[in-house]
Ligand binder design. Structure first.
Ligand code: ASP
Length: 502
């Protein structure tokens, strides 16, 4: 019997996972409080007050948490020292005068379902992919750079890659800005909805605002490309440093006399081959991992909020789809003479993994495998793809453009053409600085907002739908990286497979 192809297995797992998660939603207001007399389940509360009973000195460290955010209560309690926990008095206000009070609390848990209980299977899949990324990139890139062996060619390829990334990223932001100005999603939000979102997500937004310490100085960025210790870079997984080191190392390796460099080259070839084998095996559990990731995400996600922010979500998703399915195909077929149907066939596995993991970094080994199957040589893919996973985030940049205009519209900040051009610049830099892991795009958005004079606390408005949009923008990010690898390989005359060539 012919095996059901892996990409269909992954697609099916993704759909089934989403359905499973939607059928078993998490109740975000449910708190399970384990105390001296047993376990109490509390739902539909308005406010929780957590304080420390200091005996004669009364209550101290009073913290108020608005409902229905059970996670905030759990996190606050978990953050206390065990000495403090013993003194905690937790009062729950259920509205209309009804109050519950708990003491001698042993633990507080939020509600989980079967859909969230299987999340560790998803994390296992993610961790396996992340594990193999660094040896894969290091081995393939050193061999790739050594086999090109030509500094001029490497520099030309680097120039084309960076050029492709900068052009597509600026196009993406411009598309986002145009879409947001046309649809005007921010003007469709009633004031009560705005106020409700600001209270519900205000605390979470505050946390993100405090975590931002980014400086968008291009010169610093260039200086920071050189690692002072390559082993540190590998231990920390800092991809740009690894790319820099591996390209330099590989090129110098090709300059050594054969009898000196031969063994080292064989070693890195072996490292690259064994890493590729590892990816093959890890991908066998992709359907299970994807199912678990989707189930947990959808179960955790309150679908209702999609309705509240419908126009904003539609604008972001619509523009992302145009970018992925109109802009890339146009560039690839017009400038690269590449068969786009074959391209999307070749890349679909990576797109599905990007969608379910929301991480370009975790998807990187899969993107490299897809590029390999499309006939992109390792000398190109091992350079273009890790670089792209780190600095090229068209989906993120586009989303930052829409989000900035949306928040400005809600807060009635007038954005002049000059201000919007400023957004193109800062969002390009911000997307380059965005780490390729889930949820970082919204943190970098804060920098864009601050530069444009838009109230940054406005991210509270869009936090609720960020997880879903992250999945889609990550898919676009990965598609952009893959487009660049095919484009550069074709333009260098290195695309070996007939698949994508026209
Ligand atoms: N999750 C995105 C990525 O990994 C980054 C972001 O926009 O948050 O590509």
């Amino acid at each position: 019997m012919k095996r059901f192809p892996l990409h269909y297995q992954i697609l099916l797992a993704l759909l089934l996972g989403a359905v499973f998660g939607a059928l078993l939603p998490v109740d975000h207001s449910l708190l399970e409080i384990e105390h001296a007399d047993g376990v109490a389940e509390v739902t539909e509360w308005r406010q929780v007050r957590i304080a420390m009973d200091m005996g004669a000195q009364g209550m101290s460290d009073v913290k108020l948490i608005e409902g229905p955010d059970a996670a905030a209560v759990v996190d606050y309690f978990a953050g206390l020292k065990s000495r403090q926990r013993a003194k905690v008095v937790l009062d729950v206000d259920k509205g209309e005068g009804s109050e519950l009070s708990f003491r001698a609390i042993r633990s507080i848990r939020k509600h989980g379902t079967w859909a969230t209980a299987i999340d560790p299977l998803g994390t296992l899949f993610l961790n396996l992919l992340k594990m193999v990324a660094i040896p894969l990139v290091l081995g393939s890139l050193i061999v790739g750079a050594a086999s090109l062996g030509d500094v001029g060619r490497m520099a030309r390829m680097g120039g084309k890659t960076i050029g492709f990334y900068l052009v597509t990223t600026s196009l993406a932001i411009s598309l986002g800005l145009v879409a947001a100005n046309l649809v005007q999603p921010g003007n469709a939000i009633p004031t009560e909805v705005k106020d409700r979102l600001m209270t519900d997500f205000g605390a979470a937004a505050e946390g993100k605002l405090q975590s931002v310490a980014v400086d968008l100085n291009p010169l610093d960025f260039i200086l920071s490309l050189v690692p002072t210790n390559p082993f540190d870079a590998m231990a920390e997984g800092s991809m740009l440093h690894i790319v820099f080191f591996a390209v330099f190392f590989g090129m110098m390796l090709s300059l050594l006399p054969r009898e000196k460099g031969h063994h080292l080259l064989k070693f890195f070839e072996g490292l690259s081959d064994v890493s590729i084998k590892m990816v093959d095996v890890i991908m066998l559990i992709a359907p299970i991992g994807v199912f678990a990731l989707m189930a947990a995400t959808i179960s955790n996600f309150g679908i209702g909020i999609l309705n509240t922010l419908l126009w904003y979500v539609l604008t972001v998703v619509g523009a992302l789809l145009i970018h992925a399915f109109v802009v890339y195909p146009l560039i690839l077929s017009l400038a690269g003479r590449i068969n786009i149907v074959q391209f999307f066939r070749g890349i679909r596995k990576a797109m599905l993994v990007a969608f379910s993991t929301s991480s370009s970094a975790a998807t990187l080994p899969v993107t490299m495998e897809c590029a390999d199957e499309m006939g992109v040589p390792k000398s190109v893919s091992s350079f273009v793809l890790p670089l792209g996973a780190t600095i090229n985030m068209d989906g993120t940049a586009l989303y930052q453009g829409v989000a900035a205009v949306f928040i400005a519209q809600v807060f009635q900040v007038d954005l002049t053409l000059g201000a919007q051009l400023g957004i193109v610049l800062t969002a390009t830099l911000a997307s380059i600085g965005t780490a390729p892991i889930p949820g970082v795009g919204i943190v970098m958005l804060i920098v864009v907002l601050q530069q444009a004079g838009i109230p940054a606390e406005g991210i509270a408005l869009i936090l609720g739908v960020d997880r879903i949009l992250d999945m889609i923008r990550t898919t676009v990010n990965v598609t952009g990286d893959a487009s660049a690898s095919v484009f550069v390989a074709k333009s260098e005359g290195l695309l070996s497979n007939v698949n994508t060539a026209r």
